[in-house]
Design a protein around this ligand. Structure first.
Ligand code: PEP
Ligand code: MN
Length: 325
């Protein structure tokens, strides 16, 4: 993936963060136009709206379909914003392109239809963003990026929207930041955008998640924005008004990613020394573990003794807490 091209759309500054905003779903022409005009007046340049909505359960709002694309076309003509939407099938790609869509994204529930979408995109030169799959599988995510790249799309990016878990405590989708961080290590030129709306699932988490994404060097944000969030037909708890979006964006602290790291050199060398010591200690511990394993084998003991395992875990956890970790 050497010849990845930056996602530069004429008229949009190549500056962090790139912002994509708009409603979860296009609902009515009036709602789309009102939201778009308010966003355009705040200086937002790329509009999003879901036209086909993949829902987890039947019975939810499944999107207005092709008619909504004519409203997006109006957004483009009247506000000069770029327009983007989510595609999940070959037909969606053809319809979206026919209506002048400038940017597409592939949803989190689509990883196995990516090849069909990739084939439909052959010969097309628009940016495509790939959401992380619902399950925390980096190889599946990278596989989707490669399929689209192999179709000849070189203006590529990914959207981190978090991963599904059974246990939804704070977030609707767990961030698992280490996964996109590993993706950045493996594909340093691939832009990463954060979707704090689907990640948090609540309005009040949009600002802190956006800040965290910026602190991790993300390239931009895609934020669900609606002229009347409380009346939204889908994802209403996580949508904000264009005004609130503007406020959040102004509060963001964007740290310079190219800043010199010289002043960290001393602290980093201390970390390196400690890491070396930790590894040596762990390898000594491993040798003893092996001896224990050998003993258990020779004496036909089961691998796990639950009480001992529990004792180790609770003792070490309370020691660590006493040490302020
Ligand atoms: C969306 O962005 O509207 C959407 C459906 O998101 P996700 O695929 O992340 O659930
Ligand atoms: Mn949504």
């Amino acid at each position: 993936m050497k010849d990845l091209e930056p996602i530069l759309l004429p008229g949009i500054e190549a500056k962090r963060p790139l912002i994509i905003a708009g409603p979860c779903s296009a609902e009515t022409e009036e709602q789309v136009m009102r939201t778009a005009k308010e966003l355009a007046s705040q200086g937002i340049k790329i509009f999003r709206a879901g036209i086909w909505k993949p829902r987890t359960k039947p019975g939810g709002f499944e999107g207005v379909g092709v008619e909504g694309l004519t409203w997006l076309k109006r957004v483009k003509e009247e506000t000069e914003m770029y327009i983007s939407t989510e595609v999940a099938t070959e037909r969606h790609v053809f319809e979206a392109l026919k209506h002048g869509i400038d940017m597409l994204w592939i949803g989190a529930r689509t990883p196995f239809a990516v090849q069909e979408i990739a084939d439909a995109l052959k010969g097309v030169d628009i940016p495509v963003l790939i959401k992380n799959p619902v399950n925390p599988d980096l190889e599946l995510w990278i596989g989707a990026v490669e399929r689209i790249y192999n179709a000849g799309i070189h203006k590529l990016g990914v959207i981190h929207r978090g991963f599904s878990t059974y246990d939804k405590q704070i977030y609707r989708n767990q961030p698992q930041w280490h996964i996109p961080i590993e993706l950045r290590r493996r594909m340093p030129n691939l832009p990463i955008y954060c979707d704090p709306s689907h990640m948090g699932g609540k309005r009040e988490l949009i600002a802190p998640l956006s800040q965290q994404a910026m602190d991790l060097g993300y390239d931009g944000l895609i934020v669900e924005t609606h002229c009347e969030p409380d009346c939204a037909w889908s994802d209403k708890n996580q949508q904000i008004t264009p005004d609130v979006l503007n406020y959040i964006l102004h509060m963001l602290v964007i740290r310079d990613t190219t800043q010199t790291t010289e002043n960290l050199a001393e602290l980093r060398s201390q970390i390196d020394i400690l890491d070396n010591q930790l590894l040596e200690l762990l390898s000594k511990r491993m040798r003893i573990s092996r001896e224990i394993g050998q003993y258990k084998k020779e004496h036909s003991m089961p691998v796990l003794q639950a009480t001992r395992y529990d004792e180790i875990l609770s003792k070490r956890i309370s020691q660590a807490m006493e040490l302020g970790m």
